[in-house]
Design a protein around this ligand. Sequence first.
Ligand code: FAD
Length: 416
Amino acid sequence: MRFSALRLLKEALTGQKGWAPLWRSPEPQPAYDIVIVGGGGHGLATAYYLARVFGQKRIAVLEKGWLGSGNIGRNTTIIRSNYLLPGNEPFYEFSMKLWEGLEQELNFNAMVSQRGVLNLCHADAQRDAYRRRGNAMRLAGADAELLSPAQVREMAPFLNFENARFPIKGGLLQRRGGTARHDGVAWGYARGADQLGVDLIQNCEVTGFRIEGGRVLGVETTRGYIGAGKVGVAAAGSSGRVMALAGMRLPIESHVLQAFVSEGLKPVLPGVITFGAGHFYISQSDKGGLVFGGDIDGYNSYAQRGNLPVFEDVAESGMALMPMIGRARLLRAWGGVMDMSMDGSPIIDHTPVEGLYLNAGWCYGGFKATPASGYTFAHLIARDTPHATATAYRLDRFARGYPIDEKGAGAQPNLH
Ligand SMILES: Cc1cc2nc3c(=O)[nH]c(=O)nc-3n(C[C@H](O)[C@H](O)[C@H](O)COP(=O)(O)OP(=O)(O)OC[C@H]3O[C@@H](n4cnc5c(N)ncnc54)[C@H](O)[C@@H]3O)c2cc1C
């Protein structure tokens, strides 16, 4: 079933009776060529590209809850490719290009909205760092503009320009950045994968791996044993726990990150704005809610809920940046579990177990990576070589001394 304006019109005139579920609910088969663990954005995108681009067959995605119940449905929806380091920037720009054609590719409205991402700077040194980052972005084919304080003011007059504690010295703008509807992305990839014959199996938790002679043979699940030629793990915040089942200890810590949404307001924010003197980012959803967030809670946890001190910290940053936010009422807040790597960059690699592949370490930036993560992970699984844009995301880079330390924060997950 293809979605189109004609189809909408037909359904409107015939009582909306022709819509079918977006994907099937098949029983698990005894074995597959490829099993993906985790039905979040990355797992679903991987399955989709495995079938669509790399011609793989007999693929299953195993999800312990329901599709979209993890971070893919919990994030603050920001997409961008404004990275500095050569290990990262080409990958995120590849992702941005995939975002730009995603809705046509999937025939699904994922509400991709390139309304711009503006990073504010509040000191001369920070402006210099942004200039450097903008130049690196442009060298990698991305767009970047350095704005003066007057240009920022024209774009966002409601920011605190008068006697502010953190004066705004300008900003780095990526106009092609923006937002996308997070769970719509999961549904779009799920529908696309299902149409290509991928079995999406919900309520199916992987509880163990069957490994013999250093090779993975399949997975134990709450719905029985499932054999597999290859297994790809894309379990985000649960990566540490899942890979422990295969006897591996990852360079990853799990931390909570919270998100906040205000009541619906008239359009006020032109795009995504990030505060440069604290950790705070904000955008406005199409329904009018201000969607914002800040730092991780800073302690190890697998709980999908956060604590009040971070709530307060985020509110303080919001007030420092745009005092008018103090008059908005908060509607809801929630938490998700972040797979924080030691350098803040992801891992897309083989593991020491033959046939077992790992996609993890997305920290709080994995939503924007969803298309490229799926594509490059599918490339690795299908061809056994890394995609050209993901060669730096090696699991052993910490042991070899090649971290991709985008923030220059060192091996401290709570600082990334
Ligand atoms: C509050 C918040 C705000 C964020 N904001 C942004 C943002 O603005 N921009 C951005 O780029 N990123 C953002 N992120 C990060 C981004 O959401 C994640 O990095 C990304 O979604 C992780 O990949 P995923 O979608 O595959 O994860 P998930 O959706 O978490 O998928 C992993 C899946 O694995 C399943 N699973 C776990 N264990 C098992 C098992 N044993 N068996 C079977 N299945 C299992 C889980 O149930 C889950 O569905 C944010 C995250 C949060 C929580």
